[in-house]
Design a protein around this ligand. Sequence first.
Ligand code: BEZ
Ligand code: FE
Length: 288
Amino acid sequence: MRTVTKDNITDVFTAYFGDDTDPRVREVLAALARHIHDFAREVNLTHEEWNVGIDFLTRAGDITTPERQEFVLLSDVMGLSSLVDMLHSTPEATSSSVLGPFHVSNPPPLAIGGDMKGDFEGEVLLVEGTVRDTDGAPIAGAKLDIWQTAPNGLYSSQDENQHIHSFHGLMTTDENGRYAFTTVRPVSYTVPDDGPVGDILRAAGRHPWRPSHLHYIASADGHKTLVTEVFPDDDPYLDQDTVFGVRDDLVMTYVEEPAGSFPDGFDLSGKVDGPYSRVDFDLVLAKA
Ligand code: BEZ
Ligand code: FE
């Protein structure tokens, strides 16, 4: 096939593979080339338009650092991160959702009943739940790595006024699989939109908002690690999360509890006089 045409170029691409190409690499690359070629033919891509694309990729590379990964953000706002999640989630387990770039390694331990709110302003949120396996048995000793933004909508790694560990904690479930902590009610916030991915959002007439959420990485021996989030059912951005992370089983009611009803067994017991909110979020982990 010496003469390459616009119609046979995908077959030519496939014919150029070496005989000993790894079969999975061959499958993925051949499909990628097929879709890229079909895409260019379908929209009749012009040189000018593709130059905009190359410029976009160049700018995404230029802005990317270990703290600011523009390609992951691109994958997030295009829905690819969420699609890959959903392709590999276990139906009987809690749905997975996007990790995002703001998890920190080595989060500080948080005892059951501990508090992440500290001196930050905002409504106290009591979060409680049980980690179970797909047969309904509680998982003792499961690790829950939990994080969220401060009330200003910024994660600790985005905000020089926060300690890197603020609003991050690592909890271990008790013998009944239970976990519980207090924090501040999370807020809706925008993903970083001051780079090339922000240009895509604006070009598409989209906003950069995510509904408020708490992030979890749940892990336990003999079980698949679950990366997920929990959302309140009254968030205005629930139906338009810019990174497509919302799943029905991750949406919970944050119940308003009256003044004077804060329970015992928490670091904040005896210190919360006014109303507070409460959310129960159980997690189900698939067997490994
Ligand atoms: C986050 O939820 O932290 C997040 C997810 C995707 C992109 C940016 C932030
Ligand atoms: Fe987040």
